[in-house]
Structure formats: structure tokens, C-alpha cells
Design a protein around this ligand. Structure first.
Ligand code: SF4
Ligand code: SF4
Length: 399
């Protein structure tokens, strides 16, 4: 494992993000504790010492299951990060009070202190809460820091560079680190380069989230992956995204939201040693970034889902829109059709709740409209099946 220094700590360069944990195969959506324990065992055996969860992950169960898994190891052998969901206070029905949430989080995780604690998802929408001094959240967390229940205070940020500056101008003196979305696509697309410059100017180390963009940089077309395999026969596609992060000023922490043991083992292999990308490989990533910049930048975080009055599967449909843009296919049309009446893009009422909740600032209603129009021009799955049956019948008659 490679390590980085943060103040007086030695942190593993790879951190285990608990946003997309393994779930049971019974369709319940419950976290698979047995698989999670195996992943934590593998991570700790390979030297990972940083684990990251948040109040809303898996509806609160990420904190519980991760805490349970880590409790099998001595408390001083791992670092735990958790986050205050102030972003939910802007549009949420119930206002989440820092003192209540914090106590609940300690209980859920089964710990007496957090090594790292973050203001979650500072962005243009949540600024309304985070930048209102009347909310007094910072005073509460500084008090917890003073009494040792928070060891290091920071924030995660999806805001544009101007928003990042604004938050720092208010609370920068109290922040010790900042987590941003950083990968070879968002370096330009979301101006991560500029955000890194701002953080450097404020003397704050960078924590990376979404290094493979919710899995979008973990799998490409067979043709593209064949090209990558020729250049790096022993490396997986995600490894390229992690290697790229060593070509920019070195982040202190790279969080990867792993969902199964195989992903964990692949990442552990990548972080076992430094294998720099050469110019030809970097050019290939630049080409991929240019082609992906045209796609909808949905990471599948699902922040938009709970508030959708039509209960639409927004990330699934954003993914389908991207699939259709890359290569229109009957399979995508069939999956879209299977969403069912009232659950497809044409049922979006354009309320805009999702866009306000979206850290990527995607104009979801517009994308929904485009998808609905595109799909209305496609043959339905039933039509395709009828055509296929007719063709098969015709073939039989010819014989
Ligand atoms: S704009 Fe459409 S997709 Fe977004 S929350 Fe409203 S109904 Fe749901
Ligand atoms: S549309 Fe935005 S909020 Fe919704 S899943 Fe995608 S990235 Fe997340």
C-alpha cells in the first residue's frame, strides 16, 4: 500500500468509500454484511486504514454496517470519516440539527469519536444552509473538536470554483481538508484543476471522490478496452483512472466506493505500487475524456431520487440516455420499456427538484424530455419482437 502524510498521520493512499456497498441478492437492497466484512478484512490486511461513510448512504445503514465491520479491529488501527448532511436542510422536509445528527451518527457507527468529519456536499444549493451564520453548525462542530469527538474537520464540495471560494472565505480557517470530485474527465469538465489551485492557495490537502465517476470510467467499449490492454496487459480499466491521479498534484486521499471483493482486490493491486502512465497512455485518456464530455455527467449518486414526486428512476434513465448516445440498442429500448407506464421519462412533470438536488447540476427535466422524444421515435420492444417473429416465420416458409 502506498501512504501519504496528513499532519501527524500516515494515511493509506486508497480509502474505502461506503456509498455503494455490496447488497444481498434477494432484491431487498439490504447490505450484505458477510461480503462487507470480507472486503474490510482484505482492505485492512493490505494496509488500508481510512474508511468513509455518510448519514444518507444506504438510508443510514452504511454507518451501521461499516461500524460493525470495523469494530472487529482495534479502534486505533483505523480512521473513520463521517459527514453532516447540511445539504439536506435546504429542501428537506425535516431540518436536521447538528447536535442530533452527530449523536445519532456516533451511535450508528458504534464509536466515541470520528477521526475525520465533513460538512457534506457544499454546493450552490446547499450554500443557503452552509453559508448562513444563523445556523451555527460550525460552532457546534468546533466544540466537538475541542472535546476530542472530532479529530479533523473538513468538507466535501460539489460547487463551482466560485462557490468553493465563498465557503472558504467563511469557514476556511476551520477546515483542514476538502473532498472534491476529481478524475481525468472532471479535471476539465468540472474545473477540478481550478479547484485544486484554490485549495492549494488555502493550504488545504485534496481528498478525491468519484475517481472512476460512479463506475463510468471503469468500463468502456470492447474495442477501447482492447486498446488499453495492449498498452497495459496487466492492468484493469479502473487502474488507469487511479494512475492518472498521480499525474496531477498528488491528492492526499483517494476514495473509491467499492461494491464487491473483486473490485477491492483490483484496487489493492493498483495501490500496491506506482506505475506511471506514459505519454501515449495519457493521450488515450485525453481522447476518452473528450468523448465523454458530451455525455450526461450523472454519477448515479441518487441524491435526486427521494424528492421526485413521480418517483422516477432518474439515474437509470440518465444512464439509458448515455447508452443511447454512445450506441442506440434494442436492449436499452427494452429496459426503458420495462420501467412501465408512469415511470418513464415522459412522466416527468418538470418540477426541477432533481436539478436542485443534483451535485452535478444536470438539467434533468430537459434530459428527460430529450429521452422521452428519442424513445418515442424508437420501435417498442413489442414491435421489435413481432418483427422478429414475422421474419422467423418468413424464413421458415421460404424453406
Ligand atoms: S423534474 Fe421530473 S425527474 Fe425531476 S424531480 Fe421533478 S418529476 Fe422527478
Ligand atoms: S441526476 Fe444528479 S443527483 Fe441524480 S443520480 Fe445523477 S448525478 Fe446524482
Amino acid at each position: 500500500m502506498q501512504y501519504n502524510t496528513f499532519q501527524d498521520l500516515k494515511l493509506s493512499a486508497l480509502g474505502f468509500g461506503a456509498m455503494r456497498l455490496p447488497v444481498l441478492a434477494d432484491g431487498s437492497g439490504e447490505i450484505d454484511q458477510v461480503e462487507l466484512d470480507k472486503m474490510v478484512d482484505a482492505a485492512i490486511a493490505a494496509g488500508v486504514n481510512y474508511f468513509d461513510t455518510a448519514y444518507p448512504y444506504h438510508g443510514g445503514k452504511s454507518e451501521i454496517c461499516l461500524g460493525k465491520s470495523l469494530a472487529r479491529y482495534p479502534r486505533e488501527s483505523w480512521y473513520l470519516a463521517d459527514k453532516f448532511p447540511g445539504h439536506q436542510n435546504v429542501h428537506g422536509v425535516k431540518q436536521l440539527r447538528p447536535e442530533e445528527v452527530f449523536e445519532e451518527q456516533l451511535k450508528r457507527c458504534g464509536v466515541e469519536y470520528f477521526d475525520f468529519y465533513l460538512m457534506h456536499n457544499v454546493n450552490e444549493n446547499s450554500m443557503g444552509y452552509y453559508c448562513n451564520p444563523d445556523n451555527h453548525f460550525i460552532e457546534y462542530f468546533l466544540e466537538q473538536k475541542a472535546n476530542g469527538r472530532i479529530r479533523h474537520l473538513g468538507f466535501s464540495c460539489h460547487a463551482a470554483p466560485e462557490g468553493l471560494e465563498k465557503f472558504l472565505s467563511l469557514y476556511g480557517e476551520h477546515m483542514e481538508f476538502c473532498q472534491i470530485q476529481l478524475n481525468f474527465v472532471d479535471w476539465k469538465l468540472q474545473d477540478a484543476e481550478k479547484k485544486c489551485e484554490i485549495l492549494k492557495a488555502h493550504g488545504l490537502p485534496v481528498w478525491v471522490m468519484e475517481p472512476v465517476r460512479g463506475g463510468k470510467l471503469a468500463k468502456f467499449s470492447d474495442e477501447l478496452e482492447a486498446k488499453m490492454r495492449v498498452l497495459r496487459p496487466d492492468e484493469s480499466t479502473p487502474a488507469w483512472a487511479f494512475r492518472w491521479l498521480r499525474t496531477v498534484p498528488m491528492p492526499t486521499m483517494i476514495l473509491s466506493g467499492m461494491s464487491n471483493l473483486a473490485q477491492m482486490q483490483d484496487n489493492l493491486k493498483t495501490f500496491a505500487e506506482h506505475k506511471p502512465l506514459n505519454e501515449e497512455e495519457l493521450q488515450l485518456l485525453r481522447d476518452i475524456a473528450a468523448s465523454l464530455a458530451k455525455l450526461i455527467p450523472c454519477t448515479g449518486c441518487r441524491y435526486c431520487c427521494p424528492g421526485c414526486p413521480m418517483q422516477l428512476e432518474i439515474p437509470t434513465m440518465m444512464s439509458m440516455a448515455n447508452d443511447m448516445a454512445v450506441a442506440p440498442s434494442f436492449n436499452v429500448v427494452a429496459r426503458y420499456s420495462a420501467l412501465g407506464e408512469g415511470k418513464r421519462a415522459d412522466s416527468c412533470i418538470g418540477c426541477g427538484q432533481c436539478t436542485e438536488a443534483c451535485p452535478q447540476k444536470i438539467d434533468v427535466p430537459e434530459e428527460m424530455q430529450k429521452l422521452a422524444e428519442l424513445m418515442s421515435r424508437q420501435k417498442t420492444w413489442e414491435e421489435i419482437c413481432r418483427e422478429r417473429e414475422a421474419a422467423a416465420e418468413a424464413l421458415k416458409n421460404e424453406k
